[in-house]
Design a binder for this molecule. Sequence first.
Ligand code: SF4
Length: 448
Amino acid sequence: QCAAVCPTAAIVPKSHVDRVWDEVQADDTYVVAQVAPAVRVALGEMFGMKPGETVTGKITAALRMLGFDAVYDTSFGADLTVAEEAAEFLERRTAGERLPMFTSCCPAWVKFAEQSFPELLPNLSSCMSPQSMVGSLVKRTVPEETGVDASRVKVVSIMPCTAKKYEAQRPELSREGEPYVDHVLTTAELGRMIQEAGIRFADLPASSMDLPMGFSSGAGVIFGNSGGVAEAVARYVGDGETLNVAVVQGIAEAKDLAREVREGRSDYDLIEVMACPGGCIGGAGQPVSFEHETHSRRAEGLRENDAAMPLRRSSDNPFIGRYYEGILGGRPGSHEAHELLHTEYRSRKRIEDAQIPLVTGRGERKVAVRVCVGTSCFLRGSQDLLTRLIHRLADDGLEELVDINATFCSERCNLGPTVHIDDEVIYGATVDAVTERVRELTGMLVAG
Ligand code: SF4
């Protein structure tokens, strides 16, 4: 999200453009593209079109001109995700366990949960994201169908998302050393490839995606909007079911709700989390826009796509049914479906409150010293200050009266290094200044 809002483009996503050019130009590769829902209502912005204008057919035509061998729709993966997630949810509800269920299609949320709420990982749906489901099925079926050696079938995702680049590299999302997704282009990166190729995008005639994975229901398309995943699951679970659903956008909101769940203060059945504002339509890989209405127009564009689809529920997608009849074990939630479409998570827990205790005095009343080691303070020498301070306080015989912590204070970063001593703050701190103040305060402790 820093990349999406930085006015000077000081932060940009790491580009996969060069490696994708290499793949599509190689003679012996079969390169499959998959296009996420949110891309189709944003890419046109790079070619003079309005946000929200649907350009699915032009994207497909452009990808064929760039050299892709097949073009699939990540919304097909979204339909599969809905089928699997709904089956998983109903199973948990019947058993009365691991509820509320959190969605797992946003890799930024999944990683945040792994780092900050590992105790909630059993509550996350074990479904892979739509990107990985499509990648997994392509790698499983396309070598056989095309006769191309499995190592030469490559999957390139076109995503509104920078976190999907990270997701594609997760070792769990691979089979026999082959990742399900080889490269991830952001919407903006695909736009640049189209520009580099000299294609007049706005004038392209529409082209259709390839079957079977180029077909999706309306439910698969609204995955790109915040609330879309929950709605798609609700459509699938169907009549007569009452679900208590929460829809969360942004990690700050997710953190609050995760705390409620951890503390048993939530009575939701299903919680959808998307890390970006508005969901994937506001992803950091989308064309940068500072226009107020861009997100709402893209969201409206996806809703119009949904309304125009002949089939609205994921369960109505006939090609999903064919995969279940074939390699997916006959029904959502089968053993085979778990093998091909589910994953697992692990704790990557970081220190809970961002405070690292270094020296803890033994007395009952102590002076609390917290040295900020955030990036700005670090660059201003706070790490060195911290080390020297520990030695100085020990040399001066004050260590028993002081608790020293490294911390990340995020306050007035331009004035660092910052040191908090009890309730006081010293900006531009030096070892001498901190020691002097500590000496005064510990003197009061001893005296008082
Ligand atoms: Fe990626 Fe943002 Fe969508 Fe999450 S919400 S999958 S981070 S674009």
